[in-house]
Design a binder for this molecule. Structure first.
Ligand code: GLA
Length: 395
């Protein structure tokens, strides 16, 4: 987790005075279920230890003033009563959008100064923007606010204020994740359950590999996939692709592209449930089977959904050749990160193989990140955070 002391110092230097508190919201990785959330399907993400920290203090006027360690020199000030979609652009649109969406949902949103710092690489497919939204939601909302409602509000900010047509997975992982667990979320009923997920206990390990090919969800392909899924559902006469559980039903789609898109969604829903089942069954070592499902999912994302990218394919190939149990791209696609599942003793050979594959092609070296299933967004104790204690000081 990025240091609370650094964000308090940023607050002091940009705003003067002392913050009322420090809040943290994690990024996420996704074990299974990609592009299934907006199809009302199943996802199985987990909160990361890395995320956004925000030091904030209330203001008595109706203004939101924002600065970020990642945007040195930029200070964005917005009038809460004049907020409207499209009016704030760039990174500040995410926190401003949350203020707007909270007000739309009937919250009394206070003026505030907010200083932000992050240790989630942006564009790495690890939901730094959802973490920013969720940290802002905790800063501005009533502490007793329902987390599922906050997730829906943060998603609304992203969809309607920022203009990215994403689903509910990232905000749910950030606000509902739990240490040592993945979150099985039914995106139709929004029923969420915690699935025990502790690879180390079985001698396995997750490697999160930022391929450094950065993605941009607003670039159109994400929305195009979403539209294709909706069209496939319409042609099949169902409210969403979630209603299909048998790939045989997809024969009625005559367009081969739509059929492949739908096949990915139907099979990834099945894989998400299968992985959750393996993790909860408690019988034997679930990781070899989970590894195989990860690799199947990668092929489905690459060949049927067509959202993988060359660095991700090379990472998966190199990891598997070096003995990984399985690997796949995660997130929206076209850039970002790969999640590989390895036996503890294969971690170093897999890292070396991936680094070597990048070096041979003269690509920027990949970044290897920790991927520990971690706790959800929370307020950090101020005394504790001043001492850099932060990680378990939730209130
Ligand atoms: C992005 C979106 C999510 C989800 C994933 C793909 O992260 O924000 O809602 O659709 O892509 O699974």
């Amino acid at each position: 987790m990025t240091g609370p002391a650094a964000v308090l110092e940023l607050f002091r230097s940009r705003f003067g005075g002392t913050a009322d508190g420090v809040w943290f919201a994690p990024g996420r990785a996704n074990l299974m279920g990609e592009h299934t959330d907006y199809n009302e399907g199943f996802v199985l993400p987990f909160a990361l230890g890395q995320g956004i920290v925000a030091a904030a203090a209330r203001r008595s006027d109706r203004r939101l003033v924002l600065c970020s360690a990642q945007e040195p020199g930029s200070l964005v000030e917005v009038a809460l009563d004049a907020l409207a979609p499209g009016q704030v652009t760039g990174w500040a649109a995410y926190p401003a959008g949350v203020a707007w969406a909270l007000a739309c949902a009937g919250y009394q949103v206070p003026g505030a100064c907010v200083a932000i710092d992050s240790d989630v690489p942006a564009g790495a497919g690890l939901s730094s923007s959802a973490a920013l939204e969720c940290a802002t939601a905790l800063v501005l909302a009533d502490p007793a606010a329902d987390r599922r409602e906050l997730a829906a509000i943060a998603r609304r900010a992203e969809n309607d204020f920022v203009g990215v047509p994403s689903g509910i997975m990232d905000q749910s992982a950030s606000l509902l994740g739990r240490r040592g667990h993945a979150l099985l979320l039914d995106c139709r009923s929004l029923e969420a359950s915690q699935v025990p997920f502790d690879p180390a206990a079985s001698g396995a390990r997750l490697l999160l590999i930022n391929t450094r090919a950065s993605h941009e969800l607003t670039a159109g392909e994400y929305g195009r996939r979403r539209a294709e899924c909706e069209q496939a559902a319409r042609l099949l006469g169902v409210p969403s692709l979630r209603y299909l559980t048998d790939v045989g039903d997809l024969r009625r789609l005559t367009d081969p592209v739509l059929r492949r898109r739908a096949r990915h969604v139907v099979t990834d829903n099945q894989r998400a449930l299968e992985v959750a089942g393996l993790l909860t069954s408690g019988s034997g070592d679930p990781y070899p089977a989970i590894g195989r499902l990860l690799t199947q999912a990668h092929r489905s994302l690459r060949d049927d959904f067509e959202i993988s990218w060359v660095e991700a394919d090379a990472t998966v190939d190199a990891a598997l050749a070096a003995g990984a149990l399985g690997a796949r791209m995660i997130g929206g696609g076209f850039g970002g990160s790969v999640l590989a599942l390895v036996r503890q003793d294969a971690a170093e050979p897999v890292r070396a193989a991936v680094a070597g594959a990048f070096a041979r092609r003269s690509w920027t070296a990949p970044e290897f990140l920790e991927a520990a299933p971690s706790d959800s967004a929370r307020r950090l104790g101020l005394l504790m955070s001043r001492r850099e204690g932060g990680s378990s000081a939730g209130t």
